[in-house]
Structures are given as C-alpha cells and as structure tokens.
Write a protein that binds this ligand. Structure first.
Ligand SMILES: CC(C)(COP(=O)(O)OP(=O)(O)OC[C@H]1O[C@@H](n2cnc3c(N)ncnc32)[C@H](O)[C@@H]1OP(=O)(O)O)[C@@H](O)C(=O)NCCC(=O)NCCS
Length: 226
C-alpha cells in the first residue's frame, strides 16, 4: 500500500488514478435525445489501420489512451479477431466517430473495454445512446457482471457518466506508465492536459552529485488549459 502524502512520478512517465466500476444487474435505460441516433455498426475483425486510426481520434489524441497504440500487430490482431471481442463503430455521415469494444473473453463477465466518441460527436447525447446500446448488448449475453475502468487521464465527464449509467465504483489504483509521447506510441502533441517531463529532467531543489541541476522541461501544447 502507498503511504499518505505526495509520491514523485519519475520523469518520462505518466501517472493516473484508475477507478474500477461494475454492475451486477441490467439497469434501466436512460433517455437519449432522438437527434443522437447515429448508426452503430458491428465491425468484425477490423483492420489494424482502421482500428488504430479510430482509437487515436477517440482517445489517443485528446486523452492519451495508449494501451492499444503500443501493441504489436500480432497481439492486437489476435484480440480484435477473437470472436468474444465485439467492436462497434458509431458512424456519422459514413465516417466512424465513436468506438465501443465489449470483451466477453472472461466467462460470465463483459468488460466495457473501450468506449468513447471523437470531438465531432461529444456532448450531443450520442454517448448516452451508445451506452444504452452497450448495456443492452452486454446483458443480452449470459453474464453476471458488466465492468469498466476509467482514469484521471480520461475525459472528466467519464466517471460521472458511468455512475449515471448504473456502474458502481468498487476499487481504485494508481497506474504509472511510460509516457506514450516519448515512446513514440502517440504524437508529441497528444494529451495536452498531461504535462510532459523529459526523463533527463531533474526536479528543482534536488542536488544531483557532480551535475548541474536541469530544468524540468514542460512542453505544453497550444491547446493546454493550464
Ligand atoms: C465520456 C463520453 C462518452 C460521454 O459522452 P457525451 O456524448 O459527452 O455525453 P452525452 O452528451 O451523451 O451525455 C451526457 C448527458 O447529457 C444528455 N444530453 C446531451 N445532449 C443532449 C441533448 N441535446 N438533449 C438532451 N439531453 C442531452 C445525455 O442524454 C446525457 O444525460 P444522462 O447522462 O443524464 O443520461 C464522451 O465525453 C467521450 O467519449 N469522451 C472522450 C473519451 C473518453 O474519455 N471516454 C471514456 C473513457 S473511460
């Protein structure tokens, strides 16, 4: 267990608080505005290029989703072609602008593995329509538990949205990972809400032996809201 207080995150890494949520019975659907009824299409065994492009536009660019961006072709391909992994796209004017991935690989469970919209669809009720679809699809299978996790890198809308959707938080963790902008998995301008600390940087006030104290290099993009 972590002790109380502040804990340094090594330069070159990102840290997030992860909240795990679950539901153990099908909830009532919440109303979604009619205008939000864009088609939701199942994409069986999607091509890696198509999937990575959508993943980047939904979560990579703005929210620093990195897990799938750093995955090799063979691993990603084996997940996406698994018959128990169901990928859906929300289409606006024929273009995929939303991603839903339901993972039924664990018997009795469904994981809402990825859920999100590109900026073209956020905030118009499409998230609610997609969640109603996801909940229905999950509970149409013989599951006992539907679960999801979200983290402090995700949209600040996400946690409240999941709780209103019927999920209950049951666990929190701290996740530390390599900064995906430094590994090359995401572009340098991705995740403008997350400061980038180069691994060579040394925090002000520390006195590395025999070396000059370097400045922390914060590369905020023009879209940053600090
Ligand atoms: C989290 C996310 C999916 C939420 O979707 P969203 O489109 O912003 O949310 P919506 O607009 O559908 O819903 C918000 C609420 O406003 C309501 N609403 C939105 N537009 C409306 C309208 N025009 N008329 C009436 N109600 C409306 C919705 O019905 C919903 O109500 P409820 O939650 O009380 O039932 C979205 O912000 C997103 O994709 N973010 C980026 C990726 C991300 O972080 N994903 C989560 C990762 S874990």
């Amino acid at each position: 267990m972590l002790s109380n207080g502040f804990h340094d995150v090594p330069p070159g890494k990102v840290a997030a608080v992860v909240t795990h949520l679950e539901m153990r019975a099908r909830p009532d659907a919440r109303p979604a505005p009619e205008a939000a009824a864009w088609p939701i299409r199942r994409v069986e065994a999607p091509s890696l290029d198509w999937y990575r492009d959508l993943f980047l536009r939904v979560g990579g660019q703005d929210w620093l989703w990195f897990s799938r961006m750093g995955m090799g072709d063979a691993t990603l391909s084996s997940i996406l072609s698994d018959p128990n992994v169901h990928v859906y796209a929300v289409e606006k004017d024929g273009q995929a602008e939303g991603l839903l991935e339901l993972d039924f690989r664990e018997p009795g469970d469904c994981e809402l593995a990825y859920f999100g919209l590109t900026p073209a669809l956020v905030g118009q009720g499409v998230g609610r329509a997609l969640m109603n679809f996801a909940t229905d699809a999950a509970w149409s299978a013989p599951i006992r538990r539907f679960h999801v996790h979200t983290c402090t890198l995700d949209s600040p809308q996400a946690l409240g949205f999941y709780i209103r959707s019927g999920f209950t938080p049951y666990r929190q963790q701290i996740e530390i990972a390599e900064d995906p902008r430094l590994t090359g998995d995401l572009p340098m301008e991705a995740g403008p809400h997350v400061p980038l600390f180069l691994p060579s940087a040394v925090p002000p006030g520390s006195k590395p032996r025999g070396a000059e104290t370097a400045q922390i290099d914060l590369r905020y993009s023009s879209r940053a809201f600090f």
